[in-house]
Design a protein around this ligand. Structure first.
Ligand SMILES: Nc1ncnc2c1ncn2[C@@H]1O[C@H](COP(=O)(O)OP(=O)(O)OP(=O)(O)O)[C@@H](O)[C@H]1O
Ligand SMILES: [Mg+2]
Length: 325
């Protein structure tokens, strides 16, 4: 709890950086360091399942990040992701529902990385294949190489594209039941998610080769797919209210939290920033009761009276100071 500008979001961001090795807000590490300083350090102590865990992330402007797990340096700060699970809600996340397809693709690809770490790189590998095919398309169109030169890239796009569509469909299948249940519980009935897109094949890619050559880009494949989120017959992207879009993002997050707890054997840390605004008191209570039962959750609010339940611990944030009350 703390007034506007007190540092609540900063605190949650530091917990995200300290547990995951990256910020949910920015890719520019220098922004994580206090204005006027050259470096910053986040040191955390906690429990992962039954065992104690100590994390440390240091950020040096111009030098990047370094992380330690239980005192031992990690190869890269991002490696923390496979060690500790943290899920975050920030108002920016509403873009997953109301933004364009690219935001949803990125969200579900990251969920894939969290739920099936072995396939975390698949979407990047596919994107590289598409970029290479596009470059090759432009060389062929410009008369600098023959159509045969395209074949290996088209094969790559078909192979990786199929794997990516399969993986995304799997993620959707894993998340869908929990998503519907959590949404229902939060008062958003009949919520569903459906993957829209078919895997590209050599045949379908060849069939549109002339158009692809003309445009210099690959016009089918999972880089253009979408995930449609609906409640009953309504598409939540266009017709969801602000509050409903918020519930949709929360239902997604809660569904994933449960899966992570099942698969990894420990519940993720949940960071919920500004989640209570736009939720009515009944829905705030449902959310609070749901997160109470699993792992640790941090919720920010400008005043304690907007919390629907007595928290296990109330922290009072003022600029530069965190005080347990
Ligand atoms: N790198 C930085 N160094 C120093 N101060 C910063 C840095 N980045 C942001 N700030 C400042 O920290 C202050 C606290 O921001 P924060 O977003 O955490 O507030 P908040 O408590 O979440 O407020 P709100 O209730 O409005 O969401 C802001 O005034 C912001 O300008
Ligand atoms: Mg804030």
């Amino acid at each position: 709890m703390g007034s506007n500008g007190a540092g609540k979001t900063n605190l949650l961001e530091s917990l995200h950086v300290g547990t995951q090795g990256f910020s949910p807000r920015t890719r520019t590490d220098a922004q994580l360091v206090r204005f006027g300083e050259r470096s910053g350090r986040i040191a955390l102590r906690g429990r992962r399942g039954e065992s104690d865990v100590q994390l440390e992330v240091t950020v040096e402007v111009g030098e990047g990040k370094r992380a330690k797990l239980n005192g031992a340096p990690l190869r890269a700060a991002e490696q923390l992701r496979s060690e500790v699970a943290t899920l975050v809600f920030t108002p920016d996340r509403l873009a997953v529902v109301k933004g364009g397809p690219a935001v949803r693709r990125a969200y579900f690809d990251r969920a894939l990385g969290r739920l099936a770490p072995a396939r975390a790189q698949l979407s990047t590998e596919y994107a590289v294949a598409v970029a290479q095919r596009n470059a090759s398309l432009r060389r062929v169109a410009g008369g600098f190489s023959s159509r045969d030169a395209l074949v290996p890239w088209t094969e790559q796009v078909a192979t990786l594209g199929r794997a990516l569509v399969e993986a995304r469909n799997e993620v959707i299948a894993w998340l869908a039941p929990g998503f519907s249940e959590r949404a229902e519980e939060l008062g958003l009935p009949g919520a569903r998610m459906v993957y829209e897109g078919d895997p590209p094949t050599m045949e379908s890619l060849d069939a549109r080769l002339d158009r692809d050559l003309e445009r210099g880009s690959t016009g089918i494949g999972p880089h253009l797919d979408d995930v449609v989120l609906t409640s009953g017959s309504r598409d939540l992207r266009s017709f969801g209210s602000q509050g409903e879009q918020r519930l949709t993002v929360l239902a997604l997050l809660l569904a994933e939290a449960e899966l992570i707890a099942e698969r990894r054997g420990f519940a993720p840390l949940l960071l919920l920033d500004d989640v209570l605004s736009e939720l009515d008191p009944g829905r705030r209570l449902v959310l609070a009761e749901r997160v109470q039962g699993s792992g640790q959750t941090l919720v920010t609010a400008t005043q304690a009276s907007s919390l629907p339940l007595e928290p296990a611990q109330l922290l009072e944030i003022s600029p530069g100071l965190v005080r347990a009350t």
